[in-house]
Every structure is written in C-alpha cells, then in structure tokens.
Design a protein around this ligand. Structure first.
Ligand SMILES: [Zn+2]
Length: 266
C-alpha cells in the first residue's frame, strides 16, 4: 500500500483574534487591480484543467475563483490525467492540506477553514506545484516533517534564485530572529508554539506561501488582495508570513523567471 504524504497548512497562530488592519496607504487596492495586467501572461495548459471542484459547495466556489486567478498568471506543461479534487474537510488544527503518495501521485486538496480562504486554496496548490510540476512528480520518502521530503523548493537548481530571494527577505530575517530570541519581534511576547514556527520557516511552506502571494498580486484578484492585507496587518508574528510589496519584489522576479524558464508564461 502506498504511503500517503501530507503537506499541511497549519492554521492558527497564538493570537487568532489579532485585529485585521490594512497596511496599505492610499488607494492600495486600486494599485493592485492595475497589476492585473502585470506579467507576460500565461502559456501552455490551463492549471484549472488539472483540478475539479463542485460548484455546489462553498469550497468549490472559492476554488473556482482561485483557479481563475491562477489561469491569468501562468499555465503548466501538462494536464493531470485524473483531475485532483478540491474538497472541504472538517479536520481541526489546520487550514488545508495537499496529499500525495509514495509513488509520487497527487491525491487531493482539502480545505477546512471557515469561512474558506482563497489564500489557503492557492497555498495548497503551491504545494502541488512544488511536488508535482516544477520537476515532475516527486515521491514521498518519509513522514512529513521528519526530513524525508526532497522537494524542488528544498534543493532544485531551478529554484535557486527563489531560495536566495526568500532567504534575503526581511520577513525571513524576522522569523529567524524569533527562532533565536524566542520573542515575537512585533508584539514582544514570548513564543510558545515552536512547532508552528519551525514549520513556517521551512522552504516547502515558504514556497506555498510566496506562491499564494505571487498569484494574488499577479492576478489582481481583489478578494485575495483583501485577505493578503488582513494577514499583513496582524498584530503578532503571523504578519511576517506574508511580505510587504517592497520585500516581495525579488521573490516575484524569481517566480517570473522560473515560470518563463518552465514555459508556463509567454
Ligand atoms: Zn503548507
């Protein structure tokens, strides 16, 4: 029997009640809507053709909006023979998960946040891109979080520029500082959820997060932009999961170059 490897998007930080606040100045949203025209445009197969989601469910509708946003930004070299279901889940303790097995076959994406977040769907699709599409299917080597995974985000030369950009970002510097001091650099409070913090700092998670941010700014989807601003306005270290526009620029360029190289954009 195939081992199932799960890539989780852990949900909660220590202060989920942190009040959302936009960090954008005047006309932030309009600026991002202008960016809908940003980038060279998609090439190849539509990513949406590799997924299926029921329009009768809330998760399905949200997934549909995200797939449409992704199709505006980039395509893929191939279409999955069996479309991957995006479904809802009642699982607690995580927002969503992407599963694949020891043969390297992508299985499904399940979303358990309520209300369903577009960024969560994009994040899980980011894991799918990493495991399935950048270098072709990657097999599961061991249990998740045990150092068994060898995904392109961890070591592929194709993602070297991306890793450098991520490593050099202010956001990553804040997360690293927090690992050393054990203190949340924004709130000044003590960190107690180390497992969550270590997970935040892994390349796999940073890839999924930065992919969701790239799709948000690249597509200009206003609902995704609202979610991004809410995250970046958090009053505790969760704000560093997403980057300021300026901090994100080199990462966006790395994605531009990667997708062009892979033939996913014109
Ligand atoms: Zn994740």
């Amino acid at each position: 029997m195939a081992i199932v490897l799960v890539l989780r998007h852990m949900g909660k930080g220590p202060h989920p009640s942190g009040s959302p606040q936009s960090i954008h100045g005047k006309g932030g949203l309009a600026v991002h809507e202008d960016k809908a025209e940003y980038g060279p445009g998609p090439a190849g197969e539509k990513l949406s053709a590799s997924f299926k989601a029921s329009k009768k469910t809330t998760v399905g509708l949200v997934a549909g909006e995200v797939l449409e946003a992704i199709d505006k930004v980039h395509g893929l070299n191939r279409v999955m023979e069996q479309p991957i279901p995006i479904k809802s889940s009642t699982a607690k303790g995580r927002n969503g998960q992407f599963r694949y097995n020891s043969r390297g076959e992508a299985m499904d994406i399940s979303i358990s946040t309520y209300p369903t977040k577009l960024l969560t769907v994009a994040h899980e699709i980011g894991h799918f891109i990493d495991q399935q599409m950048v270098e072709g299917p990657k097999k599961a080597h061991g249990a998740w979080g045990m150092g068994g995974e060898e995904l392109p985000s961890d070591g592929s030369p194709l993602l070297k520029e991306w890793r450098e950009a991520v490593k050099n970002s202010d956001s990553a510097a804040q997360l690293r500082k927090m690992r050393t001091t054990g203190i949340d650099p924004f709130s000044g409070e003590k960190i107690y959820d180390w497992r969550y913090l270590l997970n935040l700092c892994s390349y796999g998670e940073m890839f999924a997060r930065s992919y969701s941010q790239y799709i948000t700014t690249g597509s200009g989807n206003a609902n995704m932009m609202d979610e991004l601003d809410t995250k970046r306005g958090m009053k505790y270290y969760d704000r560093y999961k997403y980057l300021t526009d300026e901090d994100f620029e080199p990462i966006a360029t790395a994605f531009d170059n990667l997708f062009k190289k892979l033939g996913w954009t014109k």
